[in-house]
Write a new protein. Structure first.
Length: 209
């Protein structure tokens, strides 16, 4: 039975099931020690809402279910912090359900694509005042792929991206969140600074292949 991970609370009892180190159908118990953690995927995207638990996980547990005391699956065992004790992570069931539905429908999870690379920068108070921004950071573009949606919209390296649609861009992760499936083929107005001058550009993200 698939449970609702959004209903979890810290301190709730959970059970992890898997095949750690080749030992089949092993069960470990623990509690939800924290909610709303973030993890970096191999592609560089941020995974939000990750469940932290102290139920022991070892190599071989990954992909196994994290269940409540009533047997409802509320997560997918994913990772541990090497060298730490009792710090383990699971992808929430709501995320797993979304990914599974997209894999069944499309065979993949669709993401929007701009064709830029960049880095997160942090503002000093003086810099934030200079740009009339309340945010503490922005995304500095370090590269733009030729022929990409960003290039066609006129974006260039050294542009300082501070907004996309109605979303402030304070980091690379903020832009990743904007570039979800819904953004594919949908024009977005970007707000940026170039040479200290505020500008806007309209870009239409494509689907990442």
């Amino acid at each position: 039975m698939l449970g609702d991970s959004s209903a979890l609370r810290p301190g709730q009892l959970v059970v992890a099931i898997g095949n750690p180190l080749g030992f089949e159908a092993t069960v470990t118990a623990g509690v939800v020690s924290a909610l709303g953690r973030t993890m970096r995927s191999q592609t560089g995207r941020l995974i939000d809402g990750v469940i932290q638990t102290d139920a022991a996980l070892n190599p071989g547990n990954s992909g196994g279910p994290l269940v409540t005391s009533r047997g409802a699956v509320i997560g997918v065992n994913t990772a541990v912090i090497a060298g730490a004790q009792g710090i383990c992570f699971a992808i929430p069931s709501r995320t797993a359900e979304f990914v599974a539905s997209r894999l069944m429908r499309d065979g993949r999870v669709r993401r929007a694509y701009l064709g830029v690379s960049g880095q997160t920068i942090r503002f000093t108070r003086r810099q934030a005042d200079r740009y009339h921004l309340s945010a503490a950071g922005a995304m500095l573009l370090t590269g733009v792929e030729p022929g990409s949606p960003a290039a066609l919209a006129g974006l260039a390296p050294r542009d300082l991206l501070v907004g996309a649609g109605n979303t402030p861009i304070t980091s690379v992760d903020d832009l990743h969140r904007v570039l979800a499936e819904e953004a594919i083929d949908t024009p977005i107005e970007l707000v940026l600074f170039r040479g200290g001058v505020r500008q806007t550009r309209t870009v239409t993200p494509l689907e990442r292949r």
